[in-house]
Design a protein around this ligand. Structure first.
Ligand SMILES: [Zn+2]
Length: 155
């Protein structure tokens, strides 16, 4: 899985309707791995909680909810870019990535490893991050190589 923007065939994995938010334990039908919602969240642009853990292994998430706080994002200085970055960020969480905070002062957290470019796993307001680091525009919709390597090793 190198490019999440492209369709990716994962051998042996059947894709399911994104409308099915019931775990298979609930209705007997396979559910989507990530179900997306536009919903208010106190103090955050988005979040990706595990909704249901697998029946066979409680340490593995069977279904995430990708929650996007449209009201809060629309109030930012750059809602278009904030939406893109937030969706990319929450999708990264569902694939197992942690986030980092480049806006902490005086010791900002690094993007996964020293020397890695900023990517959408950065937490915070895109306008503030651009003002502080001015990363290439693609940072809001991409993962850096460190994060890509994690995803590829896990999946
Ligand atoms: Zn996060």
């Amino acid at each position: 899985m190198n490019y999440l923007a492209d369709s990716t065939d994962i051998p042996g994995v059947t894709f399911h309707t994104p409308c099915d938010t019931q775990n298979s334990n609930g209705d007997g039908l396979p559910a989507a791995d990530v179900a997306w919602f536009s919903i208010w969240i106190d103090g955050a642009y988005g979040e990706a909680p595990c909704k249901i853990k697998t029946a066979s292994d409680s340490t593995v998430c069977d279904q995430f909810f990708g929650k996007i706080n449209s009201s809060s994002i629309n109030a930012t200085a750059n809602p278009h870019n904030q939406f893109i970055k937030t969706v990319c960020h929450e999708l990264g969480h569902t694939a197992g990535l942690a986030h980092y905070n480049p806006l902490i002062d005086p010791f900002p957290e690094v993007p996964g490893a020293p020397g890695q470019p900023h990517d959408c796993q950065a937490s915070g307001d895109v306008t503030l991050i651009v003002a502080k680091y001015n990363p290439p525009a693609s940072w809001i919709w991409t993962y850096n190589q460190h994060h890509i390597d994690h995803i590829n090793s896990w999946w």
